[in-house]
Design a protein around this ligand. Sequence first.
Ligand SMILES: Cc1cc2nc3c(=O)[nH]c(=O)nc-3n(C[C@H](O)[C@H](O)[C@H](O)COP(=O)(O)OP(=O)(O)OC[C@H]3O[C@@H](n4cnc5c(N)ncnc54)[C@H](O)[C@@H]3O)c2cc1C
Length: 542
Amino acid sequence: MSKKIAIIAGAGPAGLTAAYELLKRSDVHPIVCESTTAIGGIAQTYNYKGNRIDIGGHRFFSKSERVMKWWFNILPRQGAPAADTAMRKHEIEYAAEAVVEYLCKDCMNAQIRRTSPDPEKEDDVMLQRPRISRIFYRKNFFPYPIGITLLVARRLGFINTALIGCSYLWRHTFPLKDETYLDAFYKNRFGDRLYRTFFEAYTEKVWGVPCSQIRADWGAQRVKGLSLRRALTHAIKDLLSSEFKKQQEQRETSLITRFFYPKFGPGQMWEAVTKQLRACGGEVRMQTRVSGVHTKDGKVTSVTLENTVTGAQEELACDYFFSTMPIKHLFGMITPRPESRVIEVAEGLAYRDFLTVGLLLQKMHIQEQGKKPASDAPDNWIYIQEGGVRVGRVQIFNNWSPYMVKDWKETVWIGLEYFVNEGGDLWVMDDQKLIDLGIREMETIGMIKREDVLDGCVLRMPKAYPAYIGSYTQLGVVREFVESVPNLFLIGRNGMHRYNNQDHSMLTAMLAVDNIVSGRTDKSNLWEVNLEGEYHEEKKEG
Ligand SMILES: Cc1cc2nc3c(=O)[nH]c(=O)nc-3n(C[C@H](O)[C@H](O)[C@H](O)COP(=O)(O)OP(=O)(O)OC[C@H]3O[C@@H](n4cnc5c(N)ncnc54)[C@H](O)[C@@H]3O)c2cc1C
């Protein structure tokens, strides 16, 4: 008797996890269909002449032990220093041994115990990296997440800091009653003045709409646990301490945490998973777009696949269908067409697109108040809060992993991130003009000089952010429809239209497979992932 078939749209973290779990724990044959030439979706690594770009910078950390173990099983933790550890004086917790369980017993022994890999000698390794990110505002660096330290007060100006404190106390006494939207949410937590200084412009750059139109859900995920009250309490405690200076220094270094990162960026994880899937009988078909999803008697019965090179189409029968594609696209291809109210909600969902300008430099020009000029910065990424430039964030890939950069000692490889709309002026701009714009903006804020630029490239990522605007509040209508089709699973980030990180995206895939294996028919557990509204930045990393 032939095996059951699951067709999975998308070779990103969610789709590949679903395929891996099906192969490992069921007798269902997974066929992953990916419309592009890249493995990993948003979490791919783009290789430009040996210099690698990570879209957005993917830290590997999760509160879920299941996910952490899963990652380390594919890429074990480092057991020896990386190329730059000694030079940068990084403190790393090395793993002594790795226990690796392969996907199928036919390929390898079920479980292997071995010493942890040395990143200088092996490629399949997960590095531990220190996390430093700061806000660049008025030609000064501020810690992120923001805290009130002497350095911050000095850079903001003491009068301004006092006004920020007063504005916070005012809002604390007279909070805004309606916290539906992000502006009120931020003001109630930080006061109006700090909101305007550090949150308003950046958030509007990310979403392209005023904070008064963005639902607070997004903010709740990012800033819960981060409070000015706590920052002020710390500042007062430090002031009262007899070791004021030491306390302040400790406060600043306490913001440095650690995260895990594959030697060659996030795409390496998903390329390694794909290799195992293929070796163990799974299929991953590239340049294959799912273009039609056909239902009969309330179940998905077949899917139309289109070869994006030749345009050839085939219809493949399936027992299960997993979608990680944007909900908006999925509902445009389901036949027979669902009720118009469902289609309207799906079509009304909004997204924000993203592009990175990669610049290879001889050096950067970092001028920090009270410090000597430097030719690089320690940050993984820097939030650009300056007005007058459109760049939102700068990634410094050398600091993610030295192996991301062809010549990490002699060059600095940076990514300028622009939050854009597909079809907008930046999206359609010629690559060379975008590179030129990037260089001009970086010169304007004083971080680089044109004569130090060696090369550049552009990478566009459509629908990087599912937006919490448009018909998002009516998403329940879509969910209701999905509940009525037992073998249709929406998983991942755009697949569920939720601001899911890799770990959340993977968990939704794992739970979907759990449900198939256990015979559970309701899918509510998938929608419970990433509902805790906890501040992502504050989880204990590393
Ligand atoms: C700027 C930024 C920073 C981030 N930082 C982090 C971080 O630090 N840590 C972290 O864990 N996560 C981070 N994430 C989130 C992470 O990228 C996502 O959670 C993850 O990539 C989602 O996986 P997915 O499989 O659901 O979707 P995707 O990665 O979007 O993959 C979906 C895939 O489906 C394909 N596809 C779409 N339509 C079709 C179709 N019709 N047919 C076939 N294929 C199709 C796409 O080409 C794509 O490859 C970040 C995201 C962004 C945008």
